[in-house]
Design a protein around this ligand. Structure first.
Ligand code: DTR
Ligand code: ZN
Ligand code: ZN
Length: 316
């Protein structure tokens, strides 16, 4: 399937400078509760997120059973997401790269407006492994980020900062797409990014609620949200370097994100905390059974709403 844009694509990133605080924290990040007062984030309709997952499942089923880098299922997934965003006023850019002898694509979507010198990004990888549809890994993150972007448009949210959303290619080959994007930014454009929020596996069937402990302000924003709904969280400890926030962190961009668990087993203490069973958080990790039946709706709902809360709070 052809991309709905020419294969040749450039990243167009606004040009200005921004100074990150010495601590690397988000410039001007007030304590989350105050910011939350400024930006009442809307609820992200989980039914809409699940509808995107159903589309990604159909795409995988129609394209050899996967949505992997360099395959028709990935291109169809990108065209689905891009079509939704183009229809509601986002400025989209498709960035191409090669990996493993195949062409890969990142999709970048800018919401017009906001201070170009202070960019808040939310992203997720759109590719699956070759063995399956990749609905939890990572249709869950991609669909929640898409629904957050569509909610920005639907509510005509006009934040102080500039909002940019991204769907990465070839994460499963080693964070290839996100690293290509970061390395393609000028130092000026990179410094403009106040924060990057990553969402990779947020609907695991036996879920845990893990918050990345990288940037303190971003971490606190997520923890405030979950405290507000009475859901305990833990620090994400297995992910350093294991998802698309890593290239941003290496470049000095404040990062954060959410994770509901992969092949590791939930401990007895975590079962007491979160329910579920003392088995893998996601027994279908990188397997053919990672389909639409491999999703916990409550985890998808809670993490999607936390995503929206963080985007609204950190961009207000
Ligand atoms: N590397 C991711 C899955 C993954 C494993 N541990 C973490 C921690 C934080 C985010 C993601 C992950 C993948 O297979 O796509
Ligand atoms: Zn994976
Ligand atoms: Zn993943």
């Amino acid at each position: 399937m052809k991309l709905s844009v020419s294969g040749r694509a450039m990243v167009s990133v606004a040009v200005a400078t921004v100074t990150l605080l010495a601590t690397g924290s988000i410039a001007g990040a007030a304590p989350a509760p105050e910011r939350a007062a400024l930006a009442a984030a809307p609820d992200l309709p989980v039914a809409n997120v699940k509808a995107h997952l159903a589309q990604l499942q159909s795409i995988a089923t129609a394209n050899g059973g996967n949505r992997a880098h360099g395959r028709a299922g990935y291109t169809a997934s990108l065209n689905y997401v891009k079509g939704k965003l183009d229809a509601v006023g986002f400025t989209t850019t498709v960035q191409s790269f090669t990996s493993g002898g195949r062409t890969g694509y990142n999709l970048i979507a800018d919401w017009p407006g906001g201070n170009a010198n202070q960019v808040i990004m939310a992203g997720s990888h759109l590719d699956s492994v070759t063995s399956g549809a990749g609905i939890n890994d990572n249709g869950s993150g991609s669909s929640a980020v898409l629904e957050a972007a569509l909610t920005v448009a639907r509510t005509n949210y006009q934040p102080t900062k500039h909002l940019r959303f991204a769907w990465w290619g070839a994460e499963e080959l080693g964070l290839v797409g996100s690293r290509y994007y970061v390395n393609s930014l000028s130092s000026t454009n990179r410094a403009r990014i106040n924060g990057y929020l990553n969402f990779d596996m947020i609907g695991s069937p036996n879920p845990g609620y893990f918050v990345y402990d990288d940037d303190p302000a971003i971490e606190k924003t997520f923890k405030d949200y979950f405290a507000g709904i009475g859901v305990p969280t833990e620090i994400e400890t297995e992910g350093d370097g294991r998802s698309d926030h890593a290239p941003f962190k290496s470049a000095g961009v404040p990062v954060g994100g959410l994770f509901s668990g992969a092949s590791r087993a939930k401990t007895a203490a975590q079962v007491t905390k979160w329910g579920g069973t003392a088995t893998a958080f996601d027994r279908c990790y990188h397997s053919s059974c990672d389909t639409t039946s491999n999703i916990n709706d409550t985890a998808l709902d809670r993490n999607g709403d936390a995503l929206a809360y963080a985007v609204w709070t950190l961009s207000s």
